[in-house]
Design a protein around this ligand. Structure first.
Ligand SMILES: O=C(O)CCC(=O)C(=O)O
Length: 275
């Protein structure tokens, strides 16, 4: 099954991303937002810092998003039918905070090779220019991996504040999404996002990334879930799927997976940031 049409596939090929793709109903998005708010209220330390990663290991609601058939149909159009969930991240920008994401290419530090993978950004709230949606440097995925400067800026939501310098703003496009819509972006596209200047939260749940079964992790260890097809390559350890929210063993597992992830993100870094 493959659901992106010819125009959407061409957009992905030419621009390095495709958006918007309608995925969730208002009711479904509301349930996810409530899940975040419930976790934050009951376990205030769970989704902060490194803990914003891999919430799909401790929440069946997020686990089900990763296995959503509409998302997988779109992803299959790009990476083929053998699909693994390689990790997830919540990118939350609270109102009137300075948090931003510097210009970067996901492929630079993520360690997935070959590049048969795609990052899926699901809007849990609307994402627009006022609240700091992503901006994509259209066509930059056709160039090489660029130099990134590690800035460790305290307001940068990336691990080490990795930044591509001298991005031509006139070649960038805002990736505007309504809550429930998805964008898919290429491993090599340069992208970033500005601060949230509104009085509402901006939330993106990012499957980072969906990887083809032929994709290895060359910088460290990850755990995967089989989302579709078969894992004939068996590069990665398969994780259990959660059956209840915040099961004790799942929480321990999430922490272990995130410690492994931090080793990947901070490989050869001069210092450790807060994520
Ligand atoms: O949520 C954001 O503003 C940035 C997310 C991002 O860089 C990514 O999903 O690759």
């Amino acid at each position: 099954m493959s659901c992106l049409n010819a125009k959407q596939l061409k957009d992905y090929e030419d621009q390095g991303f495709v958006a918007p793709i309608d995925i969730l109903t208002a009711e479904e998005v509301k349930k996810i937002k409530e899940e975040i708010e419930y976790i934050e209220k009951k376990w205030p330390n769970e989704l902060v810092g490194l803990g914003r990663n891999n919430v799909h290991y401790i929440s069946p609601v997020f686990d089900q998003v990763c296995h959503n058939s509409k998302i997988l149909d779109a992803v299959e159009s790009i990476i083929g039918k053998d699909i693994l969930v390689g990790g997830t991240t919540l990118f939350i920008k609270d109102p009137d905070r300075k948090g931003f994401v510097s210009w970067h290419q996901d492929a630079k530090y993520i360690g997935f090779e070959p590049y048969n993978w795609v990052t899926a950004w699901l809007a849990i709230t609307d994402a627009n220019e006022e609240n700091g949606c992503m901006r994509m440097w259209t066509g930059s995925h056709k160039e090489k991996i660029k130099d990134h400067k590690d800035t460790y800026d305290e307001n940068n939501l990336l691990t080490r504040g990795q930044t591509v310098q001298d991005v031509p703003i006139e070649k960038t496009t805002p990736n505007i999404l309504k809550a429930g819509q998805l964008s898919l972006h290429h491993p090599m596209i340069v992208h970033g996002s500005g601060p949230n200047k509104t009085n509402q939260r901006r939330i993106g749940f990012v499957i980072q990334s969906y990887i083809g079964a032929n994709v290895d992790q060359v910088l460290g260890k990850i755990f995967v879930h089989q989302a579709r097809g078969k894992d004939t390559f068996k590069y990665h350890e398969h994780a259990k799927r959660p059956f209840e929210l915040m099961n004790k063993n799942d929480m321990i597992f999430k922490n272990k997976a995130n410690e492994e992830l931090a080793k990947i993100f901070y490989k050869d870094a001069k210092k450790i940031g807060k994520y």
